[in-house]
Write a protein that binds this ligand. Sequence first.
Ligand code: NAP
Length: 244
Amino acid sequence: MKIGIIGAGNIGATLARRLSAQKHEIKLANSKSPDTLTDLARDVGATAVTKEDAVANVEVIIVAIPFASYPDLADLFRTVPEKVIVVDTSNYYPFRDGAIAEVEGGKPESVWVSEQIDRSVVKAWNAVLAATLAERGKHSAETDRIAIPVAGEDSEAKSVVMGLVEATGFDAVDSGDLLSSWRQQPGTPAYCTELSAEQLRVALDAADQARAAGNRETLIKQFMEAGTTISHDDMVAWNRAGTA
Ligand SMILES: NC(=O)c1ccc[n+]([C@@H]2O[C@H](COP(=O)([O-])OP(=O)(O)OC[C@H]3O[C@@H](n4cnc5c(N)ncnc54)[C@H](OP(=O)(O)O)[C@@H]3O)[C@@H](O)[C@H]2O)c1
């Protein structure tokens, strides 16, 4: 497929690498000029472009930018045809994004995102650590794959994105519509806990909206205090323990 990725950091560049390895045609953009991305794009098998070019003549657009940067993209999406699928990978962290009243009031993050760019989105790859995405994907023939939740309103669009999630080396689990996508936000048992598909379905069901934001804040404080001393496996274990 022809895919534009906006955001070339931990998630955007990793998705570019994994999807280009599966023969998808990837255009990659950041907030600056493509010159700043030439080496990275070559390394991950993508073409460095402007944001405007990333959303032109593609079938899927993946947005991998900080949550609070979405309002910057409102104009960009006005020209994008409705049939183009837009994927939101973001998560809301008040310490980084500032407090956003509607989200603090309980609006699911991807609903807020879809309002900023005035179009429906599919939420995917938000609930997986960048290092998991980079290093723990497996071929579909393997039986012990990690699963990733995928939420959205449009079942056709969701099915395409689930196929792309599978292509990145993970089982895709349909997690419902955007209104229920709070079940895969930070502070829930589905978030960055490296579960199998069966375990992920149980975790999505077990999510408690009243506890999620508090869990998120406790965990982020723990991670910040631990700094670089925490291993990847500990991070996953803390996420599991902190949301159980
Ligand atoms: N890191 C993780 O483990 C992880 C896991 C799951 C989901 N996520 C979510 O995925 C999103 C991206 O995270 P990340 O860790 O990949 O972030 P990151 O490494 O900081 O990269 C952010 C990228 O977004 C670009 N960007 C920022 N504002 C932009 C704008 N207005 N227009 C175009 N590009 C813009 C930045 O470009 P410049 O360099 O030019 O500023 C950069 O390439 C976040 O919402 C995060 O919560 C992260």
